[in-house]
Design a protein around this ligand. Structure first.
Ligand code: 3PG
Length: 394
């Protein structure tokens, strides 16, 4: 499907509504992880070099239509201004004549609207709200891959009113994540993480991959489904039901489960780690990481692969004693020539934490969005850009 692209669109001197996803952790007014902001810089610089006025818009957290003081976007404007070494004018609202006039009369080039989700209309995909947003600019650029799975006003409805183009970061996301959908073979998916809602993704992986290596909390659903005891390890009963169905498929022999674990009897970062075989987890034990034999097994499965898709850490990487599996596999990927893509917010977080991001061909900025894309479910933000092309192309 066709979309407008920034490189060929007549963007010079335009006022651009730039939807970004700066939904990042903030504590006491300080941005704790600025990777999403850094990812938007190429698009911002491209627009500046074309003498555009840029109106940045993002959501932050889940204020659900209320003005929540701690979710104001001031720290984001400040962080962007530091990164880009330019003035960023933070506005106190998202819509209205006053805001419009400020933008039109100011000599500044970069503006940031207040948190879009302070208006409930944003999540309701309200055409009226989207129209008011669109009224501020002549062109819409979406560089917010991480929110493209949401049918929200600043993602979908706004594209009905302005010519709409993906930003450079969004183009990059689509380019690389498509490599997971049409992979060079052999392909391996690594799946883990704490969230147990990934069965759709596994079904997709069963179609695309030659092997699926499962760690994190996700593997316990499969172990339980096979009747293996998992002690106190995190497991979701609904996922067990689905895991049973998945295991009945002919392609289930592609699934590789851990053969040993690091368990503990106390839930604390200083707890004593104990190595046990997969079928020897005691009732009082919680498995928090894959064990050394599993790491070796996973490395072996990865060694000759051409495409690797990784979604979800393999253990509780927040605690150093249980981070080994995630860290070692992340390090090992650096030695491989394959296309290596990490999707899902937590995987990217872990790789940045262990300074392993450079081992990847692409680290997606999307959490839920990456999962939705990889599971081949609807992406309203991307569909909207394609429909917009049909409507606005001359
Ligand atoms: C994310 O952080 O994954 C995106 O910003 C989407 O946020 P949401 O789940 O609140 O829509």
């Amino acid at each position: 499907m066709k979309r407008f692209i920034l490189a060929t669109f007549p963007i010079k001197n335009k006022t651009v509504f730039l939807r970004v996803d700066y939904n990042v952790p903030i504590k006491d007014g300080i941005v704790l992880d600025n990777h999403k902001i850094i990812n938007s810089l190429p698009t911002i610089n491209f627009l500046l070099s074309n003498n555009c006025k840029i109106i940045l818009a993002t959501h932050l957290g889940k204020p659900r239509g209320n003005v929540v003081p701690e979710l104001k976007v001031n720290p984001l404007a400040k962080e962007l201004s530091i990164l880009i070494k330019k003035k960023v004018v933070k506005l106190d609202d998202c819509i209205g004549e006053e805001i419009k006039e400020k933008i039109e009369t100011s000599k500044a080039k970069i503006f940031m609207l207040e948190n879009l989700r302070f208006y409930k209309d944003e999540e309701q995909n309200s055409p009226a709200f989207a129209h008011s947003l669109a009224d501020l600019a002549n062109v819409y650029v979406n560089d917010a891959f991480a929110v493209c799975h949401r049918q929200h006003a600043s993602v979908e409805a706004i594209t009905h009113f302005l010519p709409s183009i993906p930003g450079l970061s969004l183009e990059k996301e689509i380019f690389f994540l498509k490599k997971a959908i049409v992979p060079k073979k052999p392909a391996v998916w690594i799946m883990g993480g704490a969230k147990l809602n990934k069965i759709d993704l596994i079904k997709q992986a069963l179609k695309k991959a030659d092997n699926i290596l499962i760690g994190g909390a996700l593997c316990f659903a499969f172990m339980k489904a096979k009747g293996i005891k998992v002690g106190m390890s995190k497991v979701d009963s609904n996922s067990v039901i689905i895991a049973k169905k998945v295991l009945r498929k002919w392609s289930a022999d592609k699934i590789v489960l851990p053969i040993d674990f690091i368990v503990t009897e106390k839930l604390s970062p200083s707890a004593k780690p104990i190595i046990v075989r997969y079928n020897k987890i005691r009732p009082q034990q919680t498995a928090l990481d894959i064990g050394p034999q599993t790491i070796a097994l996973f490395k072996n499965k990865l060694a000759k692969t051409k495409t690797i898709i990784w979604n979800g850490p393999l253990g509780y990487f927040e605690w150093a004693k249980f981070a080994q599996g995630t860290k070692e596999i992340g390090r090992f990927l650096g030695k491989l020539k394959a296309i290596k893509i990490a999707g899902g917010g937590e995987t990217a977080e872990a790789m940045h934490k262990f300074h392993l991001a450079h081992n990847f061909t692409h680290l997606s900025t999307g959490g839920g969005a990456a999962l939705t894309f990889l599971a081949k479910q609807k992406m309203p933000g991307i569909d909207a850009l394609e429909n917009n092309y049909k409507k606005f192309k001359v």
